[in-house]
Design a protein around this ligand. Structure first.
Ligand code: GLU
Length: 307
């Protein structure tokens, strides 16, 4: 796949303009990432894929897995199973906030992309055993990305597992509220595994394209997701995909997207392309600072604003 000169220029400008930041360190194994890496990829509707920089470097998807898990659970369990327990509203709080679970009168997570909502969705992953459940999600992500044999970064998974006091607190509180299906520790273990799934920006751009095509695979590959489910995932990406930075990102790019603390961002531009950026240096909200800048420039360059 050729590296693309137009994208190279965008990346150079983004490297120069990005406002610093550093890799996540609350999961110790993520702190080792090279903060200078930056990659960009676009999967166009005609099936062509263009990329530049570190677009083939694998990293852990972290919270981007929440978009895949939501899509998969919507397909397998239906809308009511999710939205009887999780809302559809932005919280305006950081991704790992616990406070509103107790203070809000509805006593349920605001949306599926903050950790509390994502843990509920993970508890709904279909399958008879933990192994089946993670394999089911991996298989679905393989179909979305077009990449076989997806792997899990065991060091990052273990590092998160061993430093997850806050996520454990959230999960046990959800259990007290009657919102977690099944065993709490099993849900947490599945969540650590789904966050440590490894993909690269090119894979995420391909998955973004499936969302952009309302659930269809490119090149006449058939339907992978119900259109309604693709719409739900994209809508929540546009309002909640970058945590408490979602509004600003939307103003700057006009593109529904989902970020993760591994440094990835996946976006979908309806009927045109899937896009992705990777840069492990994060801003104070946990979003890739270089990635946001690269996507802002990309959106301007190609007129990708949906909003
Ligand atoms: N595994 C991370 C956590 O739960 C994901 C957070 C993120 O990517 O924003 O803390």
């Amino acid at each position: 796949m050729p590296q693309d000169e137009r994208l190279e220029r965008i990346l150079e400008a983004a490297q120069g303009a990005r406002s610093g930041g550093k890799p996540a360190s609350y999961i110790p194994a993520l702190a080792a990432a090279d903060p200078g890496l930056l990659g960009l990829a676009v999967a166009w509707k005609d099936g062509s894929l263009r990329s530049a920089g570190a677009a083939r470097v694998d990293f852990t998807v972290q919270s981007i897995s929440k978009a895949f898990a939501l899509a998969w659970v919507l397909e397998e369990r239906g809308e009511d199973a999710v939205f009887s327990k999780v809302g559809k509203e932005p919280s305006g709080d950081p991704f790992n906030s616990i406070i509103r679970l107790e203070t809000d009168r509805r006593r349920r997570p605001f949306n599926p992309f903050i950790n509390a909502g994502a843990l509920v969705v993970t508890s709904l992953l279909p399958g008879a055993t933990p192994g089946n459940r993670i394999e089911g999600l991996l298989g679905f992500m393989s179909r979305m990305t077009g990449r076989d044999g997806l792997g899990i970064d065991a060091a990052v998974r273990d590092s998160e597992r061993d430093s997850a006091a806050r996520n454990r607190a959230i999960a046990w509180f959800l259990s007290e509220l009657g919102l977690l299906e099944g065993d709490v520790d099993e849900t947490l273990d599945l969540y650590f595994r789904q966050c440590a799934i490894m993909l690269c920006a090119e894979d995420l751009a391909r998955a973004g394209l499936v969302l952009a095509l309302d659930g269809m695979l490119p090149d006449g590959g058939g339907r992978l997701l119900e259109a309604r489910n693709a719409h739900i995932v994209k809508s929540l990406m546009s309002t909640c995909g970058l945590y408490d930075g979602s509004g600003e990102f939307s103003v700057e790019t006009g593109i529904p997207a989902k970020s993760g603390v591994g440094g990835g961002i996946m976006g979908a531009v309806r009927d045109r392309c899937g896009i992705a950026a990777f840069g492990p240096a994060l801003d104070e909200r946990g979003n890739s600072s270089g990635g946001i800048e690269a996507l802002r420039l990309l959106s301007d360059e190609y007129g990708l604003r949906a909003l």
